[in-house]
Design a binder for this molecule. Structure first.
Ligand code: NAD
Length: 388
């Protein structure tokens, strides 16, 4: 069949295998061009199939020559009509290319929150790798099911008060106002359960008890802070509370596992269009303006550029470059005073008429379609594709 994008607001329900392949190949090529760097040799990536996790897997492999075990939650195609999810195609391509290049690359497709997947992971590490020296925690999940069947869903809401601001209407690139309502106590608790650090800690406990962590192993979880503008919906909202829990968990891991030489870090990354971030209200307009300003100043980065900078400049072989709170700051360019003041100026002026001058709508949508394997110049989208 000929696969076309089917976009509904912030999600595309189809994915193109050749385009996803192109997306992965470009990230591999980018990393290879930068050459090798010192770094981890056996890496577990939890959330390895898209966005920051995929970029981490590619960078660990092609910058540090690492073996990688990935965990993802993706759907294969269901012929005759339903394509696989992009993460499924990305991973198929990554494994094919990495294995052909002589690297160890295996993936578990299952629920990272479950004990079953944790045990399966430990089994594979013991059999294939012995021990690992890095754990990247890059999950962005809408829900978490506990062993007893209780389901927690994460929400993207404010806390205590309504928040009204400009928002991008993704159907027609117009600007309107959006109001985000406050979450209930239950919603806050549930968001922390899903996106906080509890499961990261469960992973570290399970890996440590199974004795599959090298002494001095490092673990890194990804977070976001962003500008004051988005504080009500992000930093001070439900997701921000979960991210504070994730940060506190990094401190707890350092405390509980210091005798084993294990170090936990939070890396605060840049706002980028991914499946997780395009679903947050108000944030897409901020990202489109940020893209414009950062591209104008030649400072724009995508996931692969960010994560290469993490491995090459910030992790620094066990002696990471951190801020006062001990966090790695990959959002340093985004939060730069020059960048933020320009973004705020454009934010105040932007409306449906001038949006294409003040925001990088082409860049926003290119990134969005690329995530699903569409809009790559060198892919033939008229070709018949057999779903497998
Ligand atoms: P993403 O949606 O691209 O990736 C999420 C990954 O998690 C995928 O590999 C998916 O398969 C996996 N996953 C989801 N649920 C799972 C489950 N139950 N079991 C196993 N795997 C599961 O998201 P992303 O934007 O790359 O986000 C990754 C992390 O980076 C998140 O913690 C996010 O908060 C953080 N971050 C994102 C941004 C941004 O702007 N995108 C900025 C800073 C930090």
């Amino acid at each position: 069949m000929v696969i076309e994008p089917k976009v509904r607001e912030f999600i595309c329900t189809t994915a193109h295998p050749d385009g996803c392949r192109e997306n992965v190949m470009r990230q591999i090529e980018y990393t290879k061009k930068l050459g090798n760097t010192e770094g981890p040799k056996k890496v577990l990536i939890i959330g390895s199939s898209t966005g920051y996790g995929l970029a981490s897997r590619i960078t660990a492999t092609y910058a540090c020559n690492a073996s990688t075990l990935g965990i993802m939650f993706e759907k294969p195609a269901a012929p005759p009509r339903r394509t696989a999810t992009p993460g499924w195609y990305n991973t198929k391509t990554f494994e094919e290319i990495a294995q052909a290049d002589g690297y160890y690359a295996k993936t578990i497709n299952g629920d990272a929150f479950s004990e079953k997947v944790k045990l399966e992971t430990i089994d594979i590490i013991k059999k294939d790798l012995g021990k690992i020296d890095m754990v990247i925690y890059s999950l962005a999940a809408p829900r978490r099911t506990l062993g007893d069947g209780t389901v927690y869903s994460s929400t993207l809401k404010t806390v205590e008060q309504d928040f009204t601001n400009k928002s991008l209407n993704l159907k027609d690139n117009s600007i309107s106002e959006a109001t985000i309502h406050p979450a209930s106590e239950e919603e806050i608790t549930a968001t922390v359960k899903v996106m906080g650090g509890e499961d990261w800690m469960d992973w570290m406990k399970a890996l440590s008890e199974a004795d599959v962590l090298e002494p001095n192993a490092e673990t890194v979880a990804y977070s976001y802070i962003g500008p004051k503008l988005t504080y009500p919906v992000y930093y001070n909202g439900t997701i921000g509370i979960a991210k504070k829990h994730l940060y506190d968990t990094s401190l707890q891991i350092n405390k509980d596992f210091s005798h084993k030489g294990i170090h936990a870090y939070i890396s605060v990354n840049k706002a980028l269009v991914t499946q997780a971030s395009s679903a947050i209200p108000i944030v897409p307009l901020y990202m489109a303006i940020l893209y414009k300003v950062m591209k104008d100043k030649n400072l724009h980065e995508g996931c692969i550029e960010q994560i290469n900078r993490l491995f090459r400049e910030k992790l620094n072989c066990g002696c990471p470059v951190v801020d006062k709170e001990g966090r790695i700051r990959l959002d340093d360019y985004e939060m730069n005073e020059d960048i933020q003041s320009q973004v705020m100026e454009y934010w105040d002026q932007v409306n449906s008429e001038n949006i294409n001058q003040l925001a990088d709508m082409t860049g926003y949508w290119d990134d969005f379609y690329h995530m699903f394997g569409f809009r790559f110049d060198d892919v033939d989208y008229t070709k018949d594709v057999t779903l497998e």
